[in-house]
Design a protein around this ligand. Sequence first.
Ligand code: NAD
Length: 424
Amino acid sequence: MSKVIVSSLYDSDVFRMACRQFDKAADAINLPDAIRDRTKYPRRCLAVALPVRRADGSVTVFEGYRVQHNLSTGPSKGGIRFHQDVTIGEVAALAMWMSWKCSLVGLPYGGAKGGVIVDPSRLSESELEHLSRRYMQEMVNFVGPHTDVPAPDVGTNEKIMGWMMDTYSNHVGHVVPGVVTGKPIALGGSQGRREATGAGVAYLVRKYLEDLRIPIGDATVAIQGFGNVGSETAVALANYGAKIIAISDYTGGIFNPRGLDIRKAVTYVRTQKVLHNFDGGEPISNETLLELECTVLVPAALERVITKKNASRLRCRLLAEAANGPTTNEADKILEQRDDLELIPDVLCNSGGVIVSYFEWLQNLSNYYWSIEEVMTKLQATLDKAKDSVDYQKRKFKFSRRLAALTLGIQRVADAKESRGLFP
Ligand code: NAD
């Protein structure tokens, strides 16, 4: 019965995709029926209407959500997405993946996610601030440093996290930096948080290339999405000596087989907001970028871009899933058959973001702040441990790397639920 109610609320392609991934992993570890649905479905959600006065005096009401998937091992954790295509089903799927990710890398967090249906590029700075503050005002009783800790995701950034932290702190009457992570450093943000997701992706790419005995200096890289994650991944991989041959954003891509000047691209996007007309190479479409011949392909934009149509046409050696959910289940089946392609699954690949968010939260709770060296050393040690456990699980059970990562994450959440028992 509960199955029908819950799945109809969240029903969407992406939620069904997350559920099918869960079912496959639960079958692989023989998760008992009594614990399955409790582990699978989101615990609770909140939908809110957000009225914002526009620059012309009119009022627009935006719709926002927060889904808390699991709170068994600590507060839930997950970003807030501002995008015109957000649905509650997408937010629920992203919250599920956050649970498996936090559990996989050993953080004492459950998973959550938030979203607002809005194209932030169409709002003025002050409209964006009002929307962000109104969202947090509506969430005041639903989030908190010991309940649920938001962070940036697509369309949100550290400035927005700063407004949200200020709104929450004003409400409770004292400064609460630990209510969100990914804040400006001046407000208790962590050294390295802005770079963390991309730095983690690049670090894991380097490690997997070492396993494949491919010198990073010989590697060519194509990256879809040039926001926080895509651009920081590009910068870190270029610093390691890799050649970035293609980048893109929602306006299209740029390709240069001799290598792109990533610093120039970052500066260009900082001023122009988009890559459109960046003159470092030839224009290409996002679809073509995914099928370029390269050593490493990094989808770092939205979900479900690698499908049954293009999965057999990917020409990379390593697919590093910086985005959440970039590969459909149908595509995944095709990739599993391909011996010529290694995959770093999203829950491992982009976990650097939530790992450093955890470090930020620890620093906020203790009021003791770490150096960038300390943050990066601990990030790399955490990623090394997670990578080793995934690869061990993969070898031991002859799983795909995605199945290995998901089974580890899911098993630990299920174990925690089992140990807590069922209330009442
Ligand atoms: P962002 O908003 O900073 O950047 C998103 C980028 O994707 C932009 O360059 C945008 O133009 C591009 N994009 C949007 N639609 C596109 C399309 N249809 N085709 C091609 N490009 C498109 O977001 P982000 O924080 O970099 O997040 C990117 C991905 O990484 C998301 O899947 C997010 O969930 C995931 N992620 C983010 C973090 C984080 O710390 N920000 C952590 C883990 C995972």
